[in-house]
Design a protein around this ligand. Structure first.
Ligand SMILES: Cc1ncc(COP(=O)(O)O)c(C=O)c1O
Length: 389
């Protein structure tokens, strides 16, 4: 039986989501823009999903723009805002998902914007004071993620949003990893824009949203039929959006109980791995982290080699984020925490989910110590932990 420890990359659909989606895939497949009853039914369902999500995140339904996922939402937030200005300064962090860093990099290289990447401490937490100090007269946007997708660290979003508000700067947070674990009510966390997606919370892939506080002007990136109040054209992904609303409602309702359950399994996993495998340690803050994330370095090993050998046992983990694991560069997040390149290569992310129990950890520990020993036996690198940490 397979053991899936890669829920931060994506999740399976939960049955409740499959069920509501099927109705809009098979029967109520109308286009919400059509004038006949079939279209009207889809339009009403879309409106109901928007209202459901607005209630969960504490905003007005008109402040939600549905998109094709987290990457598009981050692009829309950052490019949409900057396109309404000729130039200016953006503050972001060195541990953002590439949806944010590469967008900022593009604006810096091709559109003449300045970007400051604030660093993180050795635990992977953004320094609020660094954010404050980075602010300039011409700063137009701060974009800092809520929870990191690789090391699971939870960032001080409320404090940063207060600083941004105080200075009249728009604050966007990428909260793709936060839903189902943290408070995502925009009134409580005080953000101006927030990115969410469905594929991390047992909803469908390819659907997300951007919350945009009333009064913030965004230039649309996709032009066409004028859907989403002229802010994101294209026929709405009705089944996806309905599945997203269902998944988000369930995830937020269960967040406390499920987080408590996952935390117990995660701590069991961390303890067993670090106690039983020499020269291994947890990356990221021990407490200020997502309940389902354990990111562990195994010194003197390539993370990809571990993944390959675990495949044989149908155990699925990840090195770096799924989107960057195509390259063999070490994770920019682990490097940003100050770990040397040689050690950063051996970091593995275990992210737990609904179907995991402690038994999965026991299965992992039946094979992992041998895999590590075998790989260390053929490794050309022989660093010592005390040289690195
Ligand atoms: C923090 C974060 N931001 C953005 C994304 C991109 O989301 P999507 O794959 O829906 O475009 C992801 C998904 O990996 C993520 O974890």
């Amino acid at each position: 039986m397979e053991t899936y420890f890669d829920h931060s990359a994506t999740t399976y659909l939960r049955p409740e989501v499959t069920q509501v989606m099927n109705k809009y895939l098979e029967d109520e497949y109308g286009n919400p823009g059509s004038f006949h009853y079939k279209g009207l039914k889809a339009k009403l369902a879309l409106g109901a999903a928007r209202e459901k999500i607005a209630k969960i995140i504490g905003c007005d339904p008109s402040e939600i723009i549905f998109t094709g996922g987290g990457t598009e939402s981050c692009n829309l937030a950052i490019k949409g805002l900057t396109k309404s200005k000729k130039k200016g300064h953006i503050i972001t962090s060195s541990i953002e998902h590439h949806a944010v860093t590469d967008t900022c990099d593009y604006l810096e290289r091709h559109e003449g914007f300045d970007v400051t990447y604030v660093g993180v401490d050795k635990d992977g937490i953004v320094d609020v004071e660094q954010v404050r100090k980075a602010i300039r007269e011409d700063t137009i946007l701060i974009s800092i993620m809520y929870a990191n997708n690789e090391i699971g660290t939870i960032q001080p979003i409320k404090e940063i949003s207060e600083i941004a508000k105080d200075k009249g700067i728009v604050f966007h947070t990428d909260a793709c990893q936060a839903s189902g674990s943290l408070d995502i009510d925009v009134r409580n966390i005080g953000v101006d824009m927030m990115t969410l997606n469905a594929s991390k919370i047992y909803g469908p892939k390819g659907v997300g949203l951007l919350y945009v506080r009333k009064g913030i002007r965004l230039v649309p990136l996709i032009h066409g039929g004028g859907q989403e109040n002229n802010r994101r054209s294209g026929t709405e992904n009705v089944p996806g959006i309905i599945g997203f609303a269902e998944a988000l409602e369930l995830a937020q309702a269960e967040k406390d109980s499920e987080s408590a359950r996952l935390k117990e399994i995660r701590d069991y996993l961390i303890k067993r791995v670090v106690d039983e495998i020499p020269e291994s340690w947890l990356n990221g803050h021990a407490e200020k982290r997502l309940a389902n994330n354990a990111n562990i370095t195994f010194l003197n090993i390539e993370g990809e080699a571990i993944i390959l050998l675990m495949n044989e046992h149908e155990i699925y983990v990840s090195s770096g984020s799924a989107c960057t694991s195509k390259t063999l560069d070490p994770s920019h997040v682990i490097v940003a925490m100050g770990m040397p390149y040689e050690a950063a290569h051996g970091s593995i992310r275990f992210t737990l989910g609904k179907r995991n129990t402690k038994k999965d950890v026991d299965k992992l520990m039946e094979v992992l110590p041998d895999i590590i020993e075998k790989l260390r036996g053929i490794s050309p690198v022989h660093l010592k932990a005390e040289e690195i940490r």
